[in-house]
Design a protein around this ligand. Sequence first.
Ligand code: P6P
Length: 334
Amino acid sequence: MSKKISLTRYLVEQQRMDGHIPAQLRLLLEVVARACKRISLTVNKGALGGGLGSAETENIQGEMQKKLDIIANEVLIEANEWGGHLAAMASEEMDGIYIVPNRYPQGEYLLLFDPLDGSSNIDVNVSIGMIFSVLIKPEGPGVSAQDFLQPGNQQVAAGYCVFGPQTTLVLTVGDGVAMFTLDREQGSFILTAENMHVPDDTQEFAINMSNMRHWDAPVKRYIDECLQGKDGPRGKDFNMRWVGSMVADVHRILTRGGVFLYPWDKREPDKPGKLRLMYEANPMGWLIEQAGGAASNGKQRILEVQPGKLHERVSVFLGSKNEVQRIARYYSEA
Ligand code: P6P
């Protein structure tokens, strides 16, 4: 990519080309990108910035919060609440929705995010990231948590930012997937990949193998066949990667293919999975589909799951289309 195209210029040209990005959505995406730059600065300071370690508090998921979880959440709230583009926000780190205060104008968009995903990796300097999803508030007065309960196929924008060796912002507005790398000297996100594509096939799977004894039969069958390699039914060897940070694993899959699995397991039988539908599976599922991959909960497209509650969990199988379809077939045969 010879010309250095900034995120701003990309969004303006996308808007000019096909009116795909209304001005308020363009503002939203630029504000989210600016917030990611601020989070990146804090993450990159590590121990020097006092942002490491536990906040000694729990979120609604019952997970211990890291200081950076809370800092990232506050950065995203403060960056977005005044712009007039949002009606409300929802976050993994907040029990209920955050309605834009009356002192600011309200817009038509709803912003959902996991402000710092993979935070168990913060203290050990492994890539982490933020994930966001944008919906349109249904017509009608006011805003409530119910307004957020839309299936993933209603998203108008989705993306993530990886805080790793590079800080990269990956997003879609329904017209393919683009990647922007943060140029720290300029302080701008620069377009470094367009029309990202997930190969239909792969020889690399991502799952936490330590949970094997807890999986149900279709997942055990799929992974066992991968482990049998070229002498088994798959006729090829597989590699495994598991970062423990969904953003890092999904970024690898978007970049070189692969399949990511976080299935239901017997440890918490009343929960459909560990990952959250609204601000993890839906945005990642849309990005993967926009890049030619597939995203399923084993029984249906993730983007068709009708949410019943804001912090709903879901089983996640996403990535190279032929692998996801194989897993879904094993579920249908079970
Ligand atoms: P486990 C991080 O906590 C996260 O929500 C995802 O980013 C990641 O893919 C998964 O959980 C890791 O879970 O059980 O392997 O630690």
